[in-house]
Design a protein around this ligand. Structure first.
Ligand code: ZN
Length: 86
């Protein structure tokens, strides 16, 4: 939908760079959320807590396509370090 597409473009101008990195990627503040923009991707991903250790990680496989995606509950996932333990 055209309105949503415009909204996504606004996302890019609404983000603010933070002095933080998660999984080697620059973290941006988007309102109260923290997001990253993976290399060669057009959609931001949320920074979420790891299910096991609570550390910052990028929510994989869930690109933010619409601003309302930010308000959806995130999918619990394990960070790289925790997923290697098993
Ligand atoms: Zn972890």
């Amino acid at each position: 939908m055209r309105t949503q597409w415009i909204a996504i473009r606004t996302l890019h101008s609404a983000v603010k760079g933070l002095d933080e990195r998660v999984e080697g990627m620059q973290v941006y503040a988007l309102g109260t959320h923290r997001v990253v923009l993976p290399p060669n991707r057009h959609h931001f991903r949320r920074v979420i807590p790891c299910l096991r250790c609570g550390g910052d990680m990028v929510e994989h496989r869930v690109p933010l396509r619409h601003p309302q995606d930010l308000t959806q509950p995130h999918h619990s996932q394990l960070c790289t370090r925790c997923s290697q333990v098993d």
